[in-house]
Design a protein around this ligand. Structure first.
Ligand code: C5P
Length: 218
């Protein structure tokens, strides 16, 4: 049995999760949001007051953690944390946690395991390069940093009304910097990835484009 794999990577706020979700619905594939997994472990680390410079303690905690995904919800040790992991605090800390080699290894193992049982659309930073290195289609989705900040601003407005556009842009730049420059599995396009710049494309247009690419490939 061959299970189809579509990998979508790119920087923060490029629209990966919105697009991956729609794509998975259209194709009846399973959608795996790998960023949510790094966010879930970060949430636990912060909640237990483990310091982000204490790698040893972070790894120990990650080893005693169960992360599961079901029907688009993410569970941390059986607790539904789907909304909790979107807080600003988690967003600020997640790239530090995601730079720890042992934590990445654990997450990658889990992600690979999930993709063995179903057709998947997976989004993240290292999907085309590491997790699904033989994916049927790899997309590297980008947009200008201004546009990505604007989108995140609209998305966060209700939850965090005090957040300023400027601050979001700064956060996005910092997170991209850490993600692109870390030692282990940095954010970088796979050699065989198709680049799509979504700055002036609608969500629908991007989904159409990826669907077309996938149909051509298989
Ligand atoms: O996709 P999202 O913005 O939710 O990802 C949160 C963070 O998780 C990223 O900024 C990155 O540090 C980390 N991440 C990662 N590898 C992935 C997915 C996310 O390092 N495959």
């Amino acid at each position: 049995d061959h299970f189809y794999q579509i990998a979508i990577d790119g920087p923060a706020g490029a629209g990966k999760s919105t697009i991956a979700k729609l794509l998975s619905t259209n194709l009846a594939f399973t959608y795996i949001d790998t960023g949510a997994m790094y966010r879930a472990i970060t949430y636990k680390i912060l909640k237990q007051n483990v310091l982000l410079d204490n790698e040893h303690a972070m790894i120990a905690l990650a080893n005693q953690t169960e992360i599961t995904i079901k029907n688009g919800r993410i569970f941390l040790d059986q607790e539904d944390v789907t909304e909790l992991i979107r807080s600003e605090k988690v967003t600020k800390g997640v790239s530090i946690v995601a730079s720890v080699k042992e934590i990445r290894e654990e997450m990658v193992r889990l992600q690979k395991r999930i993709s063995q049982h179903s057709h998947v659309v997976m989004d993240g930073r290292d999907i085309g390069t590491v997790v699904l290195s033989k994916a049927d289609l790899k997309v590297f989705l980008t947009a200008s940093v201004k546009e990505r900040a604007r989108r995140r601003f609209e998305e966060m407005r209700e939850q965090e009304p005090d957040l300023q556009l400027q601050a979001i842009e700064e956060q996005i730049r910092q997170r991209d910097f850490v993600d692109e420059n870390r030692e282990h599995d940095p954010l970088t396009p796979a050699n065989d990835a198709v680049h799509i710049d979504s700055t002036s494309l609608s969500i629908h247009e991007v989904v159409e484009k990826i669907t077309q690419l996938f149909c051509e490939k298989i």
